[in-house]
Design a binder for this molecule. Structure first.
Ligand code: ACO
Length: 428
């Protein structure tokens, strides 16, 4: 007999099924609740609502655990490479050599981006935020690949759409970077590995030959892997809910990019470095900023701190902090902002306000320091997050379609005025 939970309401008892996940997570299935009681559930911000049963990412926020398809994030970040992790997330298992070769070959065949995308990009002021340009270009890809719009196309054709977007994303990001700098867009080159080619397109200038930097490439693999999925967060839920209307992949991912842009989500990495620079410019007084963050009359928050799900250390932040020391050390960079970040963390983690609320550094706290060290402009930090998150968004979109999940449509409790009578202000 499977477990149930009981709800008493209006003198009668309703028995609801309890669903158990493979990591023994429990959930009450409230599906039958409304039919039996007339009640809906209310959970603003979905703080305690499971929207799906997913086999992609496991996260235990109380114990600081993160697994992709059962593999600990620490092992993947240390030993794997970004495309292998992308394959794992999208197809469920790590690829063998033949599968990996076929996957990378398919990506290489789809790297070219239509020349008109450059014309489209040139319409943006160079000061436009890269995240706005990225979401626009991704949404516009549907125009160049109209065959990808049919939601009922065969699985192989859906796979081709997935490959297409994975292949074009680094090219698009690098072209946005070129546009901002007023430099010619660099074409992809299939002779290079995915991340290598991205760095080549991103950092090439017309006057010099670009030399691939293995330290930079290795740092990027690690950062992209760490960002690759994080179960039902704001942007991923957005991708799934947009996709649930059978909107095409480009529209769904473009919506995810926009959701990620916000400073409470992926936009925090840009905000963190700006905050750290401000602290530095004001003499490095970290206590002042910790006090500001605690002051309920001040809207300031410690950016890069706190998480909806992690009530223990964010395991990604731990890895990135160590990587920060390692990469800056290898590059011979001494960034004063890194010591400010470490002092800020130390002060905050001893402060009862942060301790009681279980607020720890999140993935965004140290990532920007690495991005800056390897030459990524500050307003591209969230774009880097999007590049890393793309396989996760795709995997979640694919899973949602495979599960034949119904269109996402929450309910509400109406609290507005009732039954008012219209009084015209003038004759029609
Ligand atoms: N600085 C100061 N106080 C904070 C912070 C912070 N960074 N984060 C949370 N708090 C406080 C809140 O004021 C609240 O205090 P209260 O109980 O006295 O009202 C309590 O901690 C709980 O915070 P909520 O906002 O209710 O938590 P929620 O789960 O809704 O928000 C969030 C999580 C958005 C990440 C929040 O911690 C935050 O704003 N952090 C800063 C932005 C950030 O770093 N975002 C990136 C998150 S990781 C990612 O999306 C990739």
């Amino acid at each position: 007999m499977s477990e149930t939970a009981k709800i008493e309401y209006n003198g009668s008892t309703v028995e609801l099924p309890v669903v158990t996940g493979t990591e023994n997570e429990k959930a009450v299935d409230i599906g039958p609740l409304r039919a039996k009681t007339g009640l809906i559930t209310l959970d603003t911000g979905f703080k305690n609502t499971g929207s799906t049963q997913s086999a992609i990412t496991f996260l235990d926020g109380e114990n600081g655990i993160l697994h992709y398809r059962g593999y600990p994030i620490e092992q993947l970040a240390d030993q794997s490479n970004f495309l292998e992790v992308a394959y794992l997330l999208i197809y469920g298992d790590l690829p063998n050599k033949a599968q990996f070769d076929a996957f990378t070959t398919a990506i290489k065949e789809e790297m070219h981006v239509h020349e008109n995308v450059k014309i489209f990009l040139s319409g943006f002021p160079q000061s436009a935020h890269p995240m706005g340009m990225l979401s626009s270009v991704i949404a516009a890809l549907h125009a160049f690949h109209p065959q990808d719009l049919d939601p009922y196309r065969p699985a192989e054709a859906i796979d081709r759409t997935i490959i297409r977007l994975l292949a074009k994303m680094p090219v698009i990001v690098s072209w946005i970077h070129s546009h901002v700098r007023g430099l010619p867009c660099v074409q992809p080159n299939a002779n290079y590995e995915y991340v290598e080619d991205y760095t080549r397109m991103m950092f090439s200038v017309p006057t010099h030959d670009y030399k691939i930097d293995p330290i930079l490439v290795s740092a990027l693999h690690k950062l992209l892997i760490l960002h690759a999925d994080h179960e039902q967060n704001c942007s991923t839920s957005t991708v799934r809910i947009v996709g649930s209307s059978l909107a095409n992949l480009y529209a769904s991912i473009s919506a995810g990019v926009n959701a990620l842009w916000g400073p409470l989500h992926g936009g925090a990495n840009q905000e963190v470095i700006e905050m750290l620079e401000e602290i530095k410019a004001n003499g490095g007084d970290v206590d002042l900023y910790v006090n500001k963050a605690k002051d309920k009359n001040d809207s300031f928050r410690l950016m890069g701190f706190g998480h909806r799900v992690y009530k223990n250390f964010d395991p990604r932040a731990r890895i990135i902090k160590a990587a920060c020391d390692e990469i800056l050390g290898k590059m011979g960079i001494d960034d004063p902002v890194l010591s400010i970040a470490k002092r800020l963390e130390e002060v905050a983690l001893q402060d009862p306000y942060f301790v009681e609320r279980k607020l720890y550094p999140n993935v965004d706290f140290y990532s920007g320091i690495i991005y800056r060290a390897i030459g990524i402009p500050v307003d591209f930090f969230t774009v880097m997050f999007a590049l890393g998150r793309l396989p996760g968004w795709i995997a979640q979109w694919k899973e949602m379609l495979a599960n034949k999940e119904p269109i996402g449509r929450p309910r509400q409790v109406y609290v507005g005025p009732v039954n008012r009578t219209y009084v015209p202000i003038s004759a029609r």
